[in-house]
Design a protein around this ligand. Structure first.
Ligand code: COA
Length: 260
């Protein structure tokens, strides 16, 4: 699998996807979006991949947004198609049945913050800055940012961040619950690898069940969410991994989950 604007590497069940346009601060042009969609599908289809890490090349940016040069050239009809494509990609990441961790190594702005918001967990370097600055360009977020940020932080803060367009520090993002944790730049890769390694060792059916119950549960009423939880719980109990996990506990040893 080789891409023009992405780097892909695999280690111990962890697939790292690095957006690789450092000279443009990893801005998401159309080619990069198309490649990202293909890379996510490939990761979803590959049973050896248990966890995905998403990051940006270079030491300055995770992703500095959608490509402003391309946005400028679009008609309203093309812009509608572009936003729909970006939204679809972000939703496919959110609903992937494997955990996706954003390693936010610098600017995560506009489409970059929207990409991070579509991931399941976010770990940021203390130098990172996150924001939805589209308003400064006379536009607004179009890859799901208004909706995902609203759901994470509530109306008051979502309005402040989108209406001012001012980026916030990683520390403030952690305080608002936008990122899970903040570490020094040097610690980012070890911290993300430690989290990814931990998740890669979990039973895949339980991981899928939790991802679905929480992602879908956030968008539905309690009764529907509970029904989903019941069904997914039952499915976990049909796996060899459930036998392994419960046996390992009773035998006082570490479980070895095989995804069966
Ligand atoms: N789209 C296209 N190109 C972008 C980009 C984007 N979203 N963000 C950065 N770049 C390009 C710059 O045009 C520049 O290219 P050049 O060297 O050919 O001129 C290169 O990346 C480096 O960026 P630069 O602005 O020189 O770096 P900086 O350190 O001075 O500033 C930022 C960094 C992130 C503050 C600044 O690049 C920025 O504001 N980017 C746009 C953020 C944004 O509005 N995103 C939402 C888009 S919808």
């Amino acid at each position: 699998m080789s891409f023009h604007n992405l780097l892909i590497s695999d280690a111990d069940g962890i697939r790292t996807i690095t957006i690789n346009r450092p000279e443009k601060l990893n801005a998401l042009n159309r080619k990069t979006l198309t490649e990202l969609a293909a890379a996510m599908q490939a990761a979803a289809d590959d049973d050896s991949v248990r966890v995905i890490v998403m990051t940006g090349a270079g030491d300055k940016a995770f992703v500095a947004g959608a490509d402003i040069g391309e946005i400028r050239e679009q008609s309203a009809i093309q812009a509608r198609r572009f936003a729909a494509y970006g939204q679809q990609l972000m939703s496919s990441i959110q609903h992937l049945e494997k955990p996706v961790i954003a390693a936010i190594n610098g600017f995560a702005l506009g489409g970059g913050m929207e990409l991070a918001l579509a991931c399941h967990l976010r770990i940021a370097a203390d130098s990172a800055r996150l924001g939805l600055p589209e308003i400064k360009l006379g536009i607004m977020p179009g890859f799901g940012g208004t909706q995902r940020l609203l759901r994470l932080v509530g109306t008051t803060r979502a309005l402040e961040i989108t209406l001012t367009g001012e980026p916030i520090s990683a520390a403030r993002a952690a305080k608002l619950g936008i990122v899970n944790s903040v570490v020094s730049t040097d610690e980012l890769t070890p911290a993300v690898t430690a989290m990814a390694t931990r998740l890669a060792a979990q039973a895949p059916e339980a991981v899928r069940g939790i991802l679905q119950a929480i992602q879908r549960g956030a968008e539905t009423d309690l009764e529907t969410g509970l029904a989903l939880e019941t069904a997914r719980f039952a499915l976990c109990c049909a796996t060899e991994d459930m036998q392994e996990g419960t046996s390992a506990f009773l035998e006082k040893r570490k479980p070895m989950f095989r995804g069966r």
